[in-house]
Design a protein around this ligand. Structure first.
Ligand SMILES: Cc1cc2nc3c(=O)[nH]c(=O)nc-3n(C[C@H](O)[C@H](O)[C@H](O)COP(=O)(O)OP(=O)(O)OC[C@H]3O[C@@H](n4cnc5c(N)ncnc54)[C@H](O)[C@@H]3O)c2cc1C
Length: 366
């Protein structure tokens, strides 16, 4: 079967990788040259975790990804997933703390609850209030985002800098149009991230601008290495949820707010960070981290593509069983990329999937 994959960020690259492994002849199209910094799949690292506060129904999908990351690591001969564990820090009754424990209980995941004094003792980089606790998810870690897209696309036929202007199902296949002309395929996967509504206008997606920032570590602060500093998510006032990762360069750590950004159009979004973006994170480190300065060494603008309920939108096009649609973002999709890619392959090769994706169905928007 000949399959066109439209969009080659995390989801398109993963779909292409899985489709080709399963015997399809794959052509990927991307309007830029992936991995690039214009969509949602850049910025060095992504968090993965298992005690999933966004919904326990994601856990079986997450469990599948770990073997698939190892498979991709073996194929590309490099480390892509670094296990560090994750600290979900907050008040004991906060939504994320409660929901991550509930997801762990429902799926028999081993998590550990740490009180404030244990947290301070083990992780001196965090400033912890007496009333705070953390849920430690030992399976969690971080993923190398650009290296993963490169590994997934290593053996794929990628037509770079080629914008797809139409994906039109016909009785005998799917016509994919670009400025160079039209071409017939047996099936197509649309994974165009923040540009999704150009080709799939019925999805009620909103694109949100998000700023990533790297802040310099104070000299002598040696507790931020991946061996000593798990990835973390923390409820902060007034910033809302903030997350961060260990240092990868020995000089800085990356952190960002989760949501709270402005709604934008990917064609016109401001691509540089301003003080209005950076100040809330500078304020955050002053209050919540020891040994990190307010000095910004690097920043990057990235795009979340949000559904109204912040769960993914995945399924066959309501008007054609030859076309799969994959919008897996809302700010938390990357960790699912390999299994989402395999689901896209299930949909176009087999017409359905054995995985339970009922909560992610397109029908909620049609
Ligand atoms: C700042 C930030 C932090 C995040 N942190 C995490 C995290 O820690 N953990 C986690 O799991 N997830 C995280 N996410 C979410 C995750 O990164 C996204 O879910 C994922 O990258 C989405 O990938 P995508 O393929 O859907 O979109 P994209 O990567 O944007 O890919 C879409 C591709 O389609 C191409 N394209 C668009 N239109 C066309 C067209 N007409 N023709 C051809 N090509 C086209 C684009 O050029 C692009 O390459 C984060 C996202 C951001 C922005």
């Amino acid at each position: 079967m000949r399959v066109a994959v439209v969009g080659c960020g995390a989801m398109g690259a993963a779909a292409g990788w899985r489709l080709q492994k399963r015997g399809a002849e794959v052509v990927c199209f991307d309007r830029y040259s992936p991995p690039h910094e214009i969509g949602s799949t850049h910025g060095e690292s992504r968090v993965t975790r298992t005690a999933y506060f966004e919904g326990p129904w994601y856990v079986p999908l997450l469990k599948e990804t770990f073997g698939m990351w190892r498979e991709l690591e073996a194929e590309s001969k490099q480390q892509l997933l670094t296990p560090t564990g994750l600290l979900m820090i907050g008040a004991p009754d906060s939504e994320a703390v409660v929901a991550s424990q509930a997801a762990a209980n429902e799926h028999g995941l081993e998590v550990k609850v740490l009180d404030a004094s244990e947290l301070r003792r083990r992780y001196p980089g965090h400033t912890v209030g007496d009333g705070e606790i953390a849920v430690f998810d030992p399976q969690a870690g971080f993923l190398r985002v650009e290296a993963i897209v490169s590994a997934m696309t290593r053996e794929l036929n990628v037509r770079r800098n080629t914008k797809v202007t139409g994906v039109d199902p016909k009785s005998d296949g799917v016509e994919v149009s670009t400025a160079q002309g039209s071409e017939m395929f047996d099936a197509a996967v649309i994974a165009t991230g923040p540009w999704m509504t150009e080709l799939v206008p019925f999805l009620p997606l909103k694109v949100e601008r998000q700023v990533l920032v790297w802040l310099a570590i104070q000299s002598g602060a040696d507790w931020f290495s991946p061996e000593r500093f798990p990835v973390w998510i923390r409820e902060a006032t007034p910033q809302g949820d903030v997350y961060g990762l260990p240092t990868l360069d020995g000089l800085s750590i990356k952190l960002a707010r989760h949501h709270g950004g402005e709604t934008v159009d990917p064609a016109t979004v401001r691509r540089t960070a301003t003080d209005a973006d950076l100040d809330p994170l500078r304020l955050f480190v002053t209050k919540y981290l020891h040994g990190v300065t307010r000095h910004v060494t690097r920043s990057s603008v990235c795009l979340y593509t949000n559904t109204p309920d912040r769960h993914f939108a995945i399924g066959l096009h309501p008007e054609s069983e030859r076309v799969a649609i994959v919008s897996a973002c809302s700010g938390h999709g990357f960790k699912f990329a390999p299994v989402v890619g395999d689901i896209a392959a299930d949909l176009v090769l087999e017409g359905g999937t054995r995985r339970d994706i009922s909560r992610l169905a397109l029908q909620r928007f049609t």
